[in-house]
Ligand binder design. Structure first.
Ligand code: 26Q
Length: 818
C-alpha cells in the first residue's frame, strides 16, 4: 500500500533506472537507446528532482499543518555550486543511482562533472548562506531562503597572457533541472512615482502611486536535508514585465518601442554585481535589492495571512534574517505594507518590526558599509524614504533623551548622513531596527563593539552578539572528499558525525594508531593525484604528489595578502638558486597553488594575478629549480574547483593583516579536510587555535591590537633586508612588465604598505620554515593532519545555525515524519 508520507517514487536501482530512461525520452527528448553523458546527467537530475519535489511537498504541508515559527533568510547572494552529488547524498540514494547508471553504461562521477556551478554570489558571504541552508534543512528547521535568480552568475575568469579577463556566466543556457518554475506565484513590485495622501475606510492613508511596476516570478530550489525527509526551499525571484497593460502607453503609435521598454524589466534580475568591496550607489543595484525584498516580504505576509486573521501573532510566527545590510530595505517594506496596506497603526507595526528582524555583519571596514544617496532613494522609492525619515526622527529623539544634545554623536548615529551627498546609512537603519546584530567571529564582534559600531554598542549592548561562522560537513567532506568520509566513519565506527559533528573529535583517540596514519596518508595522496591531474589538464604544468601542496584560494584582495605569499615564493626561489647541490637535497619540494577572482574594477587585485603568473612563468621554466618549486594559478576558482583543491591540500594560507578578515570560512573547510593552516591571528583562525592548539598550526605576524601603532610608525617601521631585496627584483624587471608592476611595488614601500607586508615578512618566512620542518617528518605531519580534522567540529554550520535558532531566531525543529 502506498502511504502518502512514503512518497510514490521508489529508490531501488531498477525503479531509478526506469525513471532515468523515461526522462531521457520524455523530458530530454532523446531516444532511450542513444543518449550521451550530458543527456544522461539531465535525465538523472530530473529523476532526482522528482524525489526532491515529493519531499518538498510533504515538508511544506507538514509545516503548514503544524504552523511553527518560521525563519526567512534574506540574502542577495547564494553560492550553491553543483546540486547533483549533494542531492543524492542527502536523499541517501547515491549508491542506488550509481548502480542504475552502471547498468546503463554510465558512471555517476562522470555525469556529476557535466553540471555547471550555480554561482549566484561572490564569495564568503554567499557560500555561508548556502552552507547554512544545508544545515537548516538537515536540522529540520522550518526555514526558507529568499534571493534573486540572476541570469548571469559571477563572471568566469579567463586568463590570457597572465591577465584576468571576465566572461559572462550565462548559466541557464543548458537548462536548470534543480529549480521549479512557478509562473503562478508572482507579485507586482513598484518603483518610482509619487506618494499621495488619502482617506480610506476612515483612515488617513499614504498611497504610493508607482511610475513603474515589474512582476517578480518565483523559482523554487529544493534544499534536501541529510538523514531527514525535510526538504526546504530557496525561493529565487526573476523579474518579468508586468502583465497589466494600460492602453495609453501603447496608444502612442510606437508599439515596438513600447514592448521593448517593458521588456527592460527583466534586466533587474539579469546580473550579479561582481564587486564584494563597497557600495557604489548604482540605481540598478538598489532596484535589485528592493525588487527581491519586496517580493519576499509580500510572499511572507501572504503566507502568514493564509492561516492568521490579524498580525498579533506575527512576531511569534516569523523571523527575518538579513544577510548583511544588502536586504535591509525589507525593514521599511514591512513597515509600508503593514501601515499603508494592512492598516496596522504605526506604533504596532514598529513593535512588530523590532521583534522580527535580526542581521549579520560580514565586514570589518567602516568604509565597506552600504550607503544610499537620498536623491536616488527619493526618486526610486519615495514612500520608503518617508518611512526611513520617520523611523530616524523617533530614533534621534530617543538619543537626545539618553545623551542630551551631543551633536557629534547624533550625527554619527543618525540613519541619515548629511554632507556633500546626503545618504541613508543602511547599517544604522539595521542597527536601529533589528533586535540582534551578529558578528561572524569573536574578534570581529569585538571590533564591531569597540570601533565600527561603538556608539550603538553603548546604547544597546544587549543587541550585540556573535555566532562564529561554520561550514557544512556534508558539502565539504561527504560530497567533496568521499575517501576521507569513509575513513572517518570507519574509525569512528559510525557515520553519525555527518549529522552530529561533535563525534568527529573521537578521531583523537586513534591519532597514534599507525594503521589510521597509513590510511589517512593514502586517502590524501589519492586526492593529491587527482588534483595534480586537474592542474596538468587545465594549465599544462606537471606537479608531483610527493611535493607539499600549499594553497591560497579566496577572492583576491589586498588585505588577504596574496602578495605576501608571492613575495615569499620569490624569496624561496632566490634561496634555492643560491644553494649548492648538497643543500638542495634538504629542500622540501613545494607546489604553491593560488586561485581566486579579482573584482573587474579592482586594478591592484588584477596586477597581483598578473604578477603571480609572471613569477610562475619564471620559476616553472627554470631547469635549475627542477621539482623543488612550482607556482600555479588555478583559473576560474569557484565552488566545484574548491571541492577538488581542498581535499588535495597539505598546507593552506590564511594570512590577512590581523583585524581585517571578519571570519574566513575557507580555513574551516581546509581544516576539516586535514589540511594544516599557516595563518595570522585573525578572524575565526583565533578560535581554530583554541580548538586544535597552536602546536598544530603555523602562526605568524602582527596581532590585531598592534596594527594601528605599526601603521602610525609609517616609514620608521623596520623592514627586513630580504623584503626589500624581493621587491627590488620585481622593480628591476626580473619577471618582466616592470612598468606595469611599478604601482604594486610602490604600494609596498615608502609611505605605502598599509597592509604591513614588510612588517610581517620575517615572521612569515619563519612560519614557512617551520612548515617545511614539520613536513619532513611525515608521521608528525599526518598526526597533525588527523588532529585538524578531529578538532574541526566547532566549525560546522550546524553549530552556527543551532546558535542562531536558539538565541536569535527562537525557532524549533519541525521534523516531517517519514
Ligand atoms: C555591496 C553593495 C553593492 C554591491 C556588492 C556588495 C557586496 C557584495 C558582497 C559587498 C560585500 C560582499 C561580500 C562580502 C563577504 O563575502 N564577506 C565575507 O563574509 C564571510 C562570511 O561571513 C567572512 O568569512 C569573510 O571574512 C568576509 O570577508
Amino acid at each position: 500500500m502506498f502511504g502518502l508520507m512514503d512518497g510514490f517514487l521508489k529508490n531501488d536501482p531498477v525503479s531509478l533506472q526506469k525513471d532515468i530512461l523515461d526522462h531521457v525520452e520524455y523530458t530530454v527528448g532523446r531516444s532511450r537507446f542513444s543518449f550521451d553523458d550530458f543527456e544522461a546527467y539531465q535525465a538523472l537530475s530530473h529523476s532526482v528532482r522528482d524525489r526532491l519535489i515529493e519531499r518538498w511537498h510533504d515538508t511544506q504541508q507538514y509545516f503548514k499543518r503544524k504552523d511553527p515559527k518560521r525563519l526567512y533568510y534574506l540574502s542577495l547572494e547564494f553560492l550553491m555550486g553543483r546540486s547533483l552529488s549533494n542531492s543524492v547524498i542527502n536523499l541517501g540514494i547515491k549508491d542506488q543511482c550509481a548502480d542504475a547508471l552502471n547498468q546503463l553504461g554510465f558512471e555517476f562521477e562522470v555525469l556529476a562533472e557535466q553540471e555547471g556551478d550555480a554561482a549566484l554570489g561572490n564569495g564568503g558571504l554567499a557560500r555561508l548562506a548556502a552552507c547554512q541552508m544545508d544545515s537548516l534543512a538537515t536540522m529540520d528547521f522550518p526555514a526558507w531562503g529568499y534571493g534573486l535568480r540572476y541570469q548571469y552568475g559571477l563572471f568566469r575568469q579567463v586568463i590570457l597572457d597572465g591577465f584576468q579577463h571576465e566572461q559572462p556566466d550565462y548559466w541557464l543556457n543548458f537548462g536548470n533541472p534543480w529549480e521549479i518554475e512557478h509562473l503562478r506565484i508572482s507579485y507586482a513590485v513598484k518603483f518610482y512615482g509619487t506618494v499621495e495622501e488619502k482617506q480610506l475606510d476612515g483612515h488617513h492613508c499614504k498611497v504610493w502611486v508607482p511610475g513603474e511596476t515589474v512582476e517578480a516570478v518565483a523559482y523554487d530550489n529544493p534544499i534536501p536535508g541529510y538523514g531527514t525527509r525535510n526538504t526546504t526551499n530557496l525561493r529565487l525571484w526573476a523579474a518579468k514585465p508586468n502583465g497589466h497593460y494600460d492602453l495609453e502607453s501603447f496608444d502612442t503609435g510606437d508599439y515596438i518601442n513600447a514592448v521593448i521598454n517593458r521588456q527592460r524589466a527583466e534586466t533587474i534580475s539579469s546580473i550579479l554585481y561582481p564587486d564584494d568591496r563597497s557600495y557604489q550607489g548604482k540605481e540598478l543595484r538598489l532596484k535589485q535589492q528592493y525588487f527581491f525584498v519586496s517580493a519576499s516580504v509580500q510572499d511572507i505576509i501572504r503566507r502568514f495571512k493564509d492561516s492568521h486573521r490579524n498580525f498579533d501573532q506575527f512576531p511569534e510566527k516569523v523571523a527575518l534574517q538579513l544577510n548583511d545590510t544588502h536586504p535591509s530595505l525589507a525593514i521599511p517594506e514591512v513597515m509600508r505594507i503593514l501601515v499603508d496596506e494592512e492598516l496596522v497603526n504605526w506604533h504596532n507595526a514598529w513593535d512588530i518590526v523590532r521583534k522580527i528582524f535580526s542581521f549579520t555583519v560580514h565586514t570589518v571596514v567602516p568604509g565597506g558599509l552600504e550607503k544610499i544617496p537620498v536623491d536616488l532613494l527619493s526618486s526610486l522609492l519615495p514612500r520608503h524614504l518617508q518611512i526611513i525619515y520617520d523611523i530616524n526622527f523617533s530614533f534621534v529623539e530617543e538619543l537626545k533623551k539618553r545623551f542630551g544634545l551631543d551633536y557629534d554623536r547624533l550625527s554619527r548615529m543618525s540613519i541619515v548622513e548629511e554632507g556633500a551627498v546626503k545618504s541613508i546609512r543602511m547599517a544604522n537603519l539595521s542597527l536601529v531596527c533589528c533586535h540582534a546584530i551578529d558578528g561572524v567571529s569573536r574578534i570581529h564582534s569585538d571590533i564591531l563593539k569597540t570601533r565600527v559600531f561603538k556608539d550603538f554598542f553603548e546604547l544597546w549592548p544587549q543587541k550585540f552578539q556573535y555566532k562564529t561562522n561554520g561550514v557544512s560537513q556534508r558539502r565539504w567532506i561527504v560530497v567533496s572528499n568521499p575517501g576521507l568520509c569513509a575513513l572517518i566513519s570507519k574509525w569512528l565506527g559510525t557515520d553519525a558525525w555527518i549529522r552530529d559533528i561533535d563525534l568527529i573529535m573521537g578521531l583523537r583517540d586513534h591519532v597514534e594508531d599507525a594503521e589510521l596514519q597509513q590510511q589517512w596518508k593514502m586517502v590524501r595522496r589519492v586526492n593529491k593525484i587527482r588534483l595534480a591531474e586537474y592542474i596538468e589538464a587545465m594549465i599544462g604544468v606537471k606537479i608531483s604528489p610527493d611535493a607539499m601542496f600549499d594553497v591560497q584560494i579566496k577572492r583576491i584582495h589586498e588585505y588577504k595578502r596574496q602578495l605576501l605569499n608571492i613575495l615569499g615564493i620569490i624569496h624561496r626561489y632566490d634561496c634555492i638558486k643560491n644553494m649548492n647541490k648538497s643543500d638542495r637535497r634538504n629542500v622540501v619540494p613545494r607546489v604553491c597553488i593560488i586561485g581566486g577572482k579579482a573584482a573587474p574594477g579592482y586594478e591592484i587585485a588584477k596586477k597581483i594575478i598578473k604578477l603571480c603568473h609572471a613569477v610562475g612563468e619564471t620559476i616553472n621554466n627554470d631547469p635549475d629549480i627542477g621539482g623543488l618549486l612550482k607556482l600555479v594559478f588555478i583559473p576560474d576558482y569557484n565552488v566545484s574547483v574548491a571541492e577538488l583543491v581542498i581535499p588535495g591540500s597539505d598546507l593552506s594560507q590564511h594570512i590577512s593583516t590581523a583585524g581585517h578578515e571578519a571570519s574566513g570560512t575557507g580555513n574551516m573547510k581546509l581544516l576539516m579536510n586535514g589540511c594544516l593552516l599557516l595563518a595570522t591571528v585573525d578572524g575565526s583562525t583565533i578560535e581554530i587555535i583554541e580548538e586544535i592548539g597552536k602546536e598544530n598550526m603555523f602562526l605568524f605576524g602582527a596581532k590585531a591590537h598592534e596594527v594601528a601603532t605599526l601603521r602610525a610608525k609609517g616609514q620608521a617601521r623596520k623592514v627586513p633586508l630580504q623584503f626589500s631585496r624581493v621587491v627590488r627584483k620585481i622593480r628591476d624587471g626580473y619577471f618582466g612588465s616592470e612598468v606595469y608592476f611599478k604601482s604594486l611595488c610602490d604600494s609596498l614601500e615608502g609611505s605605502g604598505d598599509f597592509y604591513l607586508l614588510g612588517n610581517d615578512f620575517a615572521s612569515y618566512l619563519e612560519a614557512q620554515a617551520e612548515a617545511d620542518k614539520a613536513f619532513v617528518d611525515q608521521e608528525r605531519w599526518t598526526k597533525m593532519s588527523i588532529l585538524c580534522t578531529a578538532g574541526s567540529g566547532r566549525f560546522s554550520s550546524d553549530r552556527t545555525v543551532g546558535e542562531y535558532a536558539e538565541k536569535t531566531w527562537r525557532i524549533e525543529p519541525c521534523r516531517c515524519p517519514f
